[in-house]
Design a protein around this ligand. Structure first.
Ligand SMILES: [Zn+2]
Length: 412
């Protein structure tokens, strides 16, 4: 079987989809369930129908476009990604996996392939947390990681609930029906831009992802006592920022000494109150982000951090409250899918790198219900989530080709 990707058509479809945007080109803004997003969804649906795929939506708006296999009851081979884009983003994040997945299916059709297992293109709802404050809304619900009741509580900044937004977008049905059974997928493989610089630096056109790191995030509030920067003497101080500084450095130390390069920890927000030059900081709010490919190691860093919070609170006589906002488990790729991806690369003599995904993706959540793997292609300078995000047409086509070969092996 000789599979060929229509690179020109794929490139022009990426441009067409980028035109559905609430930002001026080349920037793309496409927030879930906005009129722009709904128009983009309708456009993709018509492309899928042109390819003979059967398109369905679930109650949260995940789209399933199925190429029905010769054994329609067999478990499904899935591929896909997301098309929502954060404000002022680029054209490729998520889109490469959706349109590249569609082109992979069309390429298999042109090659005369007949799948035994159905092959399904999935377009996940709201991978980006922009509107409802939680990333991977669609895949969290598909995998049962986010309960329907919790999803109903979500609201956007204008007070519109996810429940109202999805219904206004035409997604009726019960959220209870979104979760997929464990037997649904035989395999799920997601094509995506790397969103990092490694492939470009190593001059490798493809990355086979074997692990996806997962974040845990904490909200920390340090409450001390304010006062005049001249009047309150040092022995009497309960400076919230000094306490916060100890926490930040202890967190860095915990990540550095974890024993693995994969452990990373970041304090990205430090809000100081009242924030005046001659006033002792009374209150500090910190955001903490801890990631690892190994759950135990990551949770050890969380535990160490929480112990430091208790010790610092006692030592500095400040109140420290730390709240775990989320703690998702990392994922390992399914060996059979990784083997298929490698075989596909080798068949075409494409060099590839074995990688870890340090950003998380919908595949992380699908890994709770199915074997998954990801295929990365390079993006210029590793840029992503910005208007100058760029992936070369030949790199995208190469990714779609390897994806097509892999889907064929898995769906046979
Ligand atoms: Zn993405």
């Amino acid at each position: 079987m000789k599979i060929t990707i229509d690179q020109e058509r794929l490139s022009s479809e990426i441009e067409d989809l980028a035109a559905f945007s609430d930002a001026d080109p080349p920037a793309v803004t496409r927030i879930v369930f906005t009129p722009t997003d709904l128009k983009a969804r309708a456009w993709i649906k018509s492309r899928c129908k042109d390819a003979g795929l059967v398109v369905k939506y679930d109650a949260i708006g995940n789209a399933f476009a199925r190429w029905v296999g010769s054994d329609p009851d067999a478990s499904v081979v899935g591929t896909g990604s997301h098309i929502d884009a954060i404000p002022n983003a680029g054209k490729y994040d998520g889109v490469v996996g959706v349109l590249g997945g569609l082109e992979a299916i069309r390429a298999l059709q042109r090659a005369g392939f007949r799948p035994r297992h159905s092959i399904e293109l999935l377009i996940f709802t709201a991978e980006e947390p922009t509107r409802f404050g939680i990333g991977c809304l669609g895949s969290r619900m598909l995998s049962g990681t986010l309960a329907p009741d919790a999803a109903r509580q979500l609201t956007d900044n204008d007070g519109v609930s996810a429940e109202v937004a999805r219904k206004n977008a035409g997604q009726a049905g019960e959220l209870e029906q979104v979760r997929l059974p464990l037997s649904y997928y035989k395999a799920f493989v997601e094509l995506h831009i790397e969103q990092g610089p490694i492939l470009e630096r190593e001059r490798k056109p493809l990355g086979v992802v074997e692990k996806i790191a997962a974040p845990a995030s904490l909200r920390v509030l340090v409450e001390g006592a304010g006062g005049h920067a001249g009047g309150v003497l040092m022995p009497d101080r309960r400076d919230a920022l000094c306490a916060a500084a100890e926490l930040i450095l202890a967190l860095e130390d915990a990540a550095r000494s974890s024993g693995a390069i994969d452990t990373v920890a970041t304090v990205g927000i430090c809000d100081v109150f009242p924030g005046a030059v001659n006033s002792i900081p009374a209150r500090v709010r910190l955001s903490v982000d801890i990631r690892d490919t190994n759950l135990e190691r990551r949770d050890r860093v969380i535990k160490t951090f929480e112990e430091v919070c208790r010790a610092t609170s006692a030592k500095r006589r400040v109140e420290i409250r730390s709240e775990l906002v989320n703690a998702d488990a990392p994922a390992e790729s399914g060996p059979a899918i990784v083997a298929a991806l490698r075989k596909a690369c080798e068949k075409h003599s494409f060099p590839f790198l074995t990688m870890t995904s340090r950003a998380y993706h919908d595949s992380l959540f699908i890994s709770r219900i199915a074997p998954i793997a990801m295929l990365f292609i390079p993006c210029r300078n590793g840029y992503s989530h910005r208007p100058d995000e760029y992936a070369a047409p030949e790199d995208i086509a190469r990714g779609a080709l390897v994806l097509a070969e892999t889907l064929a092996m898995l769906a046979e």
